[in-house]
Write a protein that binds this ligand. Structure first.
Ligand code: 3PG
Ligand code: MG
Length: 382
């Protein structure tokens, strides 16, 4: 991967920096700027080296040019974070000659998600150098993440992108052992490739969250009204078979928090075992599982966590995710949290800065672990 240093002299040059400033808004303001702050080292270094910046990001998934998908609030927050004026440019053909310009939502351009060559050419023409620090979007082959790269003379990954890739490669290629993976969230089908890699490479895999349900179903248990991705049952069955469950690496929660509905006013019970009665759903791991999972974390040297372990948005179902987050935060080994909902949980618990690495890319980090190609990275390799 070509790094920022390889660009050499950038003084007075315009650098197009692809960032992933796809951040949550609330009432027209940025609610969580964590992803933005993580790109600051790259932006500040380029500024210190005398470059002018043209920031390019997508925002949401607009169908047209709906005003709620404007990057205006993001440009405003960027100006605060950088301590300098940021001009929002709506017209690709009329970029003002200012120190820091942000292009309006690149997905307002119909060619972006089609990786259209004409759009890539227009982007390439706007700058002397191209830097990609949008790790969170690197699994998309879009005009601003992939197409443009071959059309610029000088290109590199930014510091955030580089650290994301190096961290994940490090834990997959040379983890200090024991190597523990914790897999939560809802969809087995989205994560079965990653679980497969961990069956090869990790020492222990803890399962939690809604994806526990397909595993229980694959073992022949009744799961009541629990959320269940039915297409995931066969994937779960194959993983269990390959692992010779219960004699292998996979560990399922031995008890569960079940509730009669999803919400803070639900009636809640602990189920010792795996057969969930009708009218009840599993929404968190139980206290014995929690103790076991925390013990596994303490025993490990390298820990990767992706996906919430329960419906942590509700207090009654947050204990599992919180226990895991706290145990990871207190750990002295290598602790890596995949982006997406587990990253949001870490921030919600105020523990985001207490792990070795918190990824800014949910989908992208999983793809990298699974061994799939990331078009945005491949374009910048060699
Ligand atoms: C994300 O938030 O997942 C990234 O910014 C990618 O966005 P996308 O899933 O809309 O491509
Ligand atoms: Mg996504």
């Amino acid at each position: 991967m070509r790094t920022l240093d390889s660009l050499g002299e950038v003084e007075g040059k315009r650098v197009l920096v692809r960032v992933d400033f796809n951040v949550p808004l609330l009432d027209g303001r940025v609610r969580d700027d964590a992803r933005m702050r993580r790109a600051l080292p790259t932006l500040m270094q380029l500024r210190e080296r005398g470059a002018k910046l043209l920031l390019v990001s997508h925002f949401g998934r607009p169908k047209d040019q709906e005003p709620e998908f404007s990057l205006a609030p993001v440009a405003e927050r960027t100006a605060k974070l950088l301590g300098t004026e940021v001009v929002l440019a709506e017209d690709l053909d009329d970029i003002p000659d200012e120190d820091v310009v942000m292009l309006e939502n690149i997905r307002f351009q119909p060619g972006e998600t089609k990786n259209d060559r004409e759009l890539a050419k227009r982007l390439a023409a706007l700058a002397d150098y191209y830097v990609n620090d949008a790790f969170g979007t690197s699994h998309r082959a879009h005009a601003s993440t992939e197409g443009v790269v071959a059309l610029v003379e000088h290109s590199a990954v930014g510091l955030l992108f580089q650290s994301e890739v190096e961290t994940i490669r490090m834990i997959m290629n040379e983890p200090e052992r024991p190597f523990l993976a914790i897999m939560g969230g809802a969809k087995v089908t989205e994560k079965i490739g990653v679980i497969g890699r961990f069956l090869d490479l990790a020492d222990t895999i803890l399962i939690g969250g809604a994806m526990t349900t397909p595993f229980l179903r694959a073992l022949g248990h009744s799961t009541g009204d629990s959320l269940c991705e039915d297409e995931g049952i066969e994937d779960a069955r194959q993983a269990l078979e390959r692992d010779r469950y219960p004699d292998g690496k996979l560990i399922l929660p031995e008890d569960l928090v079940i509730a009669d509905r999803f919400g803070d006013d639900a009636e809640v019970q602990i189920l010792d075992g795996h057969d969930i009665p009708d009218g009840w759903m599993q929404l968190d791991i139980g206290s014995r599982a929690r103790t076991r999972y925390v013990a596994e974390i303490r025993k490990a040297q390298t820990i990767f966590w992706n996906g919430p372990i329960g419906a942590y948005e509700h207090k009654s179902f947050a204990a599992g995710s919180l226990a895991i987050a706290q145990a990871m935060a207190a750990h002295h080994g290598t602790t890596v949290v995949g982006g997406g909902d587990s990253g949001a949980a870490m921030r919600e618990f105020g523990l985001a800065d207490s792990v070795t690495h918190l990824s800014t890319g949910g989908g992208a980090s999983l793809k990298l672990i699974e061994g799939s190609s990331l078009p945005g990275l491949d374009a910048l390799t060699n």
